[in-house]
Write a protein that binds this ligand. Structure first.
Ligand code: NAP
Length: 316
């Protein structure tokens, strides 16, 4: 159903989201004057569509050859960037919303504290009615490494430091004024050698795919905690299971998997050192997603700087 400000001529924004009607109702007041159509309606005038609002994927976009701006409602852009049939020269922006960033930082802190305060061991002891106290180091004695120093990595570092953990991160580009951000292969080795826990918040790109492999895990401190909230494809599952079996990895908290939902017969479900989370690390509200999405479309239409643009050559 076409809504409100829909006009029969002029540029069109196609809303390629599940529950498109609900999203159009939500977006219409934020984008007055914008013609917002669902995929079916927009298909009746494909040549007029110059903006597409999509949900983490570019599937179906080739029906609209004149799209010049794609606004995703997801933070991760990997699936769109990997799409071979993206309209040539189109700009792509991802969704970034404050509540979602804060929610991810909470997840990271909760996961780090869960391992740091030895909850896995105490929960295990409870199942045997065993009352044994273990040595508890202070947060200041537990260096944490974060892979990725972008929106999510930086917010997580701030919250972890507030809890007293020494935090260093790994990024692609040097920060002249921030010695806690390491770069390059040498920086990664240093981070792996010196961290008690590692949090993955990298984007999925050709360079980062499979980065958590046998060599990576072998460079970590024995008993390291691994928290993956980036993408499942960052991890070589067989290498991680081997490292968990040997005790090289002490605990893993995994929120993302190469195949989701995680297949029922995957060993992660039953491994005593693994906690499986159903991709829930970062929560957001419809209002926050709509606001971020509308900001992108508004900026594109007004010719101002578009927030959260994805660099297709970098892949994130
Ligand atoms: P971002 O702001 O783009 O930050 C990405 C960070 O990774 C940057 O610091 C970047 O370095 C670094 N990086 C990229 N490629 C690298 C490489 N080859 N070597 C070293 N560092 C590299 O991304 P974000 O918003 O923080 O999100 C990160 C990822 O989290 C998303 O792409 C998505 O996959 C995932 N995510 C997961 C959930 C969930 O619920 N589990 C929710 C949202 C997002 P520079 O700073 O030098 O550019």
């Amino acid at each position: 159903m076409g809504l409100k400000a829909a006009s029969d001529t002029g540029p069109v924004t196609v809303v390629m989201l599940a529950d498109a009607t609900d999203w159009i109702e939500r977006l219409a007041p934020l984008l007055p004057g914008e013609t917002l159509l669902d995929t079916e309606e927009a298909a009746l005038r494909p040549g007029d569509v110059d903006v597409a609002i999509v949900e983490g994927t570019a599937v179906g976009l080739k029906a609209f050859p004149n799209v010049r701006f794609i606004q995703s409602t997801w933070m991760g852009a990997d699936r769109i960037v990997a799409e071979p049939e993206l309209p040539a020269g189109a700009l792509l922006a991802r969704m970034v919303a404050g509540p979602m960033t804060a929610s991810m930082a909470e997840f990271v802190v909760a996961s780090v504290l869960f391992i740091h305060r030895r909850f896995p061991e105490y929960l295990d002891q409870q199942s045997r009615r065993e009352w044994t106290e273990h040595h508890q180091p202070f947060a200041a004695e537990r260096p944490i490494g974060i892979l990725g120093a972008g929106t999510l990595g930086s917010a997580s570092a701030v919250m972890l430091r507030a809890c007293g953990f020494p935090v260093r991160s790994w990024a692609r580009t040097n920060r002249a004024n921030d010695p806690t951000v390491l770069t390059g292969p040498g920086g990664l080795v240093e981070l792996l050698n010196t961290s008690d826990m590692l949090v993955n918040l990298l984007p999925l790109t050709p360079e980062t795919t499979g980065i958590v492999n046998r060599e990576f895990l072998g460079l970590c401190r024995r008993g390291v905690g691994i928290i993956n909230a980036g993408r499942g494809q960052h991890v070589d599952d067989a290498a991680l299971l081997e490292a968990l079996d040997s005790g090289q990895v002490g605990q893993a908290i995994l929120d993302v998997f190469a195949v989701e939902p995680l297949p029922e017969d995957h060993r992660f479900w039953t491994h005593p050192r693994v906690r499986v989370m159903p991709h829930i690390a970062a929560a957001s509200t419809g209002a926050a997603v709509a606001e971020s999405t509308a900001n992108g479309v508004r900026a594109y239409r007004s010719g101002s700087e578009i927030p959260n643009l994805v660099d297709g050559t970098r892949g994130y």
